[in-house]
Design a protein around this ligand. Structure first.
Ligand code: ATR
Length: 277
């Protein structure tokens, strides 16, 4: 019988994870069945336990349960521990292990797919919610020259920076929090949107001159042309949405579960073709 995996969230019907993992399994010759679980908002832990009792081997966790998953698992990878969020659960040897592959996925998309080296660059990261917590440590490990976190609610950006200042082994000196109102005059090589603004067709209040020449604007939302991406294009920046990150974080989850590294480029290309159809 095929090993069982699933993505759990609420809502979950829109998730592309089943088709991504099915493609990885075909390519690497792995016998897996990957489904979707819609958990009630107050029933995440029960749904995880039920899946485990049915013999499930692993889960991807999506909104709004990543922090609850962090509380639920009995062991954490170092990245998941610091991110305070879990997007991948592995059921192994009687334990529930929590991982976070979002930041690795983002960095792989930037560095390997988009050929954008983060090292030595000036980076602006917008948002201070769960999405930012998930990606911050792998970004810092690339050694940007500076990484500024801007957030509408400035206290949340300050708390986030304080949290990561306690993480060992990362270049915490390069990170600081700044309100949007203090950005004018500064320009960045990489501007990352980790806010949920694009989902409501909004964008954070960026100054006109935020992009340095040759800058990359990256929106972690995928499959839609957000106001932020349009703003960036109009100012001559290169743009990317979060589709590559989605596939790369899935590949890292697949590796954790199956110890096989699938090719991601054909899967990204196939999804891209579908979203543009
Ligand atoms: P998630 O866990 O998905 O990151 P979240 O914790 O609700 O979700 O965080 C959403 C982020 O998007 C927050 O940083 C939020 O800013 P606030 O902390 O000030 O709420 C940011 N955000 C959402 N809509 C925004 C908008 N229109 N302009 C700027 N920031 C926005």
């Amino acid at each position: 019988m095929a090993d069982k995996y699933a993505v759990i969230g609420n809502p979950v019907a829109h998730s592309r994870s089943p088709e991504i993992h099915a493609a990885f399994a075909r390519e690497t010759g792995q016998d897996i069945a990957y489904g979707r679980i819609l958990a009630p908002l107050d029933g995440f832990a029960a749904a995880v336990r039920a899946f485990r009792e049915e013999g499930g081997r692993g889960l991807n966790v999506t909104l709004p349960f990543k922090h609850e998953a962090w509380n639920l698992v009995d062991r954490h990878s170092p990245l998941a521990m610091d991110a305070r969020a879990v997007n991948t659960i592995e059921f192994r040897e009687g334990s529930m292990r929590g991982h976070n592959t979002d930041g690795i996925g983002l960095v792989r998309d930037l560095v390997a797919n988009l050929r954008f080296a983060v090292g030595g660059r000036r980076v602006l990261l917008m948002g201070a919610g769960g999405a930012t917590y998930g990606v911050l440590e792998p970004l810092l490990r690339e050694h940007p020259r500076e990484l500024i976190v801007a957030n509408r609610t400035f206290d949340k950006a300050r708390a986030l920076v304080a949290h990561f200042a306690n993480v060992r082994g990362v270049a915490t000196r390069s990170i600081s929090a700044r309100p949007y109102g203090e950005l004018p005059g500064a320009s960045f090589d990489l501007v990352l949107n980790a806010t949920s603004a694009g989902l409501r067709n909004e964008m954070p209040p960026l100054p006109q001159d935020v992009f340095a020449p040759g800058a990359l604007a990256y929106d972690m939302v995928y499959g839609r042309d957000t106001p932020f991406l349009r703003f960036a294009r109009e100012r001559g920046a290169r743009t990317a949405d979060g589709l590559g990150m989605l596939v790369e974080q899935a590949a890292e989850s697949f590796y954790i579960w199956r110890r096989r590294r699938p090719s991601t480029a054909p899967v990204i290309a196939a999804l891209r073709a579908k979203t543009q159809a």
